[in-house]
Write a protein that binds this ligand. Structure first.
Ligand SMILES: [Zn+2]
Length: 352
């Protein structure tokens, strides 16, 4: 299909990119979610928009409940990498929080190993994935310690960093300063969520207190120019998910999304789908929305893809090959660029 902008679906697949912000249970292949729901006599999770975080948490827990055993988890992980390859995603970083299973399908180690094995089974020339072991803000601190211990133990076996997810309004990043300090001492990257369900102060705290090298979402940084300056100065990448932000009412509409403003300010950004199962989106759908609805041109899309490839832990050989193909893509698509419906040519500046 050829879009009015001139970027075809095949062009988006050909764009080499990394997806640095998605959650395993929120990325279950839709047909697999239906199959598992049938098998276990459950409802498939809600798809669409959510009135508040509580409603979203219910959907997320419903998705986790579809995972009946370690084999299901292995399959979900393998399919995630296969689906990524089909979209031209060369590398994915996926949040997994083993303590949220509370031993239901096995010990934390078995949960993590099933995911890592599934990723290895799905990986090939096209794509591969690493795990961000997450800390769930709402669980007791003992669960955060378990996540940290797991992340350290599997650091050289597919875990790329320590994440932080959940209700940031009631559990700010500063509560986890010590956990993240020990993660960094152990050589793990700090990859927390912030600036989604609470304001710019949490983005600052992620950077200054937790030592974040990237912040998942982080879009509310836009409310405080000093925090935007901090991100630019330290070149902290925001892993932005526009469809998720609209579904969870972080942004009132796609057209109001701050992505173009952040890019214009010089903040490094990557684009991701966050929870494609609930938001009915994909990495490529996010690039298309950024192009057609937010007015980002070919050069800007290529820059976002480049940032995604270099801001994560994509293995060297894969990264170098992807960057080389990206140069070719930019030259080929740039030659036939056409202004989008918003007039976005290639500069990536926000619309007037
Ligand atoms: Zn997320």
């Amino acid at each position: 299909m050829t879009a009015s902008s001139g970027l075809t679906d095949a062009d988006l697949v050909a764009l080499p990119k990394a997806e640095l912000h998605l959650h395993l249970e929120g990325a279950i292949r839709a047909s697999t979610a239906e199959e598992l729901a049938d098998r276990y006599g459950m409802s498939a999770p809600h798809v669409g928009s959510f009135r508040n975080l509580s409603e979203f948490v219910v959907a997320y827990e419903a998705a986790r409940d579809l995972v009946g055993d370690l084999d299901d988890l292995w399959r979900i992980a393998r399919e995630l990498v296969e689906d990524a390859a089909a979209q031209g995603v060369v590398w994915s970083e996926v949040h997994v929080i083993p303590p949220t299973y509370a031993g239901r399908i096995g010990p934390d180690e078995a949960v993590l190993e099933a995911v890592l094995d599934g990723f290895r089974a799905g990986a090939g020339d096209g794509s591969a994935a690493g795990v961000i072991v997450g800390v769930n803000r709402g669980l007791p601190m003992a669960a955060a310690e378990r996540s940290l211990a797991l992340a350290i133990r599997y650091r050289d076996s597919g875990v790329v960093g320590l994440g932080l997810a959940g209700d940031e309004a009631n559990h700010p990043p500063g509560l986890f300063t010590d956990v993240f300090a020990r993660a960094r001492e152990a050589g793990l990257r700090a990859l927390p969520h912030g600036g989604e369900g609470a304001g710019a102060g949490n983005v600052r705290s992620c950077v200054e207190d937790l030592g974040a090298v990237r912040v998942n979402h982080g879009v509310r940084a836009v409310d405080d120019p000093a925090v935007v300056d901090l991100l630019v100065e330290r070149q902290v990448c925001l892993d932005v998910c526009p469809s998720s932000n609209v579904a969870l009412q972080v942004s009132s509409s796609l057209e109001e999304h701050p992505l173009p403003v952040l890019i214009a300010a010089g903040v490094p950004v990557s684009l991701s789908s966050d929870c494609p199962l609930f938001c009915a989106t994909s990495a490529n759908a996010e690039y298309r929305l950024a192009h057609e609805r937010l007015g980002l041109g070919i050069d800007t899309l290529a820059r976002i893809a480049r940032t995604s490839i270099i801001a994560g832990s994509c293995p060297d050989e894969r990264r170098i090959a992807a960057l080389s193909r990206l140069d070719t893509w930019r030259a080929r698509c740039g030659e036939r660029r056409a202004p989008g419906p918003t007039g976005g040519g290639g500069d990536g500046r926000p619309r007037p």
